[in-house]
Design a protein around this ligand. Structure first.
Ligand code: MF3
Ligand code: CO
Length: 255
């Protein structure tokens, strides 16, 4: 069952999306060598609650933190910890909120200090592939069109797409139908209708596409331990292309 949202529902999802976007920017301002990732988690939880919302990930399926912080070879679902960030680390921050009964979900991969040119290229390519996926998410298109757009962009540049985790619908639950893979074939998959709200979230590896699950039961890391990046936006399917509900302007324009 794939929901088509009213504009009232979209407005509530947008409120969540903006708060998640601001939280990512707040966390990003604190990313620096020597900072413990668990301190980023604490400040995100406080920031979300100060805005009258709750962290969307905390307790979700038993997840024990407010953020997923996935460093270097970690793809997603990394636990915040006593680890101190180092210059050159690739730091994926994934954040969720729940507010007025609806969820927000967005991720951004930051560089800590100075990144190598190769690592910066991984980040730039992954983010650009997200925008390609968003452009493909027009009413009447299919989820395979989104996946094809992401996959072809990344593979042409020598990167590989993680298969085990996918994007998703979002609403009163964080994960709703449809699944939105970051790989696929044009014209295949679920047909998208105007008003459906989805999260598109490419997870892109420098090396092989295969991943392993960490002993903590959550963390996902690359099989060859090369680096991975992850960007995620919540968008509404519209005629001609998707409208972004989340935004990176608070991160990138230093607001
Ligand atoms: N953005 C992630 C996802 O869509 C967040 C889920 S992490 C969880 O899967 F811990 F909350 F489960
Ligand atoms: Co998500």
């Amino acid at each position: 069952m794939i929901k088509v949202r009213t504009e009232e529902e979209i407005a509530l999802l947008r409120e969540n999306a903006i708060l998640v976007s601001k939280t990512l920017a707040e966390v990003g301002r604190h990313i620096a060598p020597g900072v413990k990732t668990k301190d980023l988690d604490a400040l995100a939880a406080e920031f979300i609650r100060d805005h009258g919302a709750e962290p969307g990930f905390l307790g979700y399926g038993g997840y024990p933190y407010s953020l997923c912080i996935s460093v270097n070879e970690y793809v997603v679902h990394g636990f915040p910890s006593d680890y101190e960030l180092q210059s050159g680390d690739v730091v994926s921050i994934d954040c969720g909120t729940v507010y007025k009964g609806y969820y927000g979900d967005s991720a951004y991969t930051f560089g800590c200090g100075e990144l190598s040119a190769a690592d910066q290229a991984l980040l730039d390519t992954t983010k650009a592939s997200l925008y390609k996926g968003i452009e493909a998410a027009a009413a009447g298109a299919r989820t395979g069109d989104i996946g094809y757009a992401v996959q072809s962009y990344c593979e042409e540049r020598g990167y590989n797409v993680v298969r085990e985790l996918v994007g998703h619908g979002i609403g009163r639950n964080m994960h709703e139908s449809p699944e939105v893979p970051n790989y696929g074939r044009r014209g295949h998959g679920v047909k998208l209708q105007a008003g459906t709200v989805i999260c598109i979230e490419p997870m892109i590896n420098q090396g092989v596409k295969e991943v392993y699950l960490a002993d903590d039961g959550w963390g996902v890391y690359t099989a060859d331990r090369k680096k991975s990046a992850h960007y995620e936006m919540t968008v509404v399917v519209r005629k001609g292309g998707a409208e972004r509900l989340t935004t990176y302007e608070f991160i990138e324009n230093n607001k």
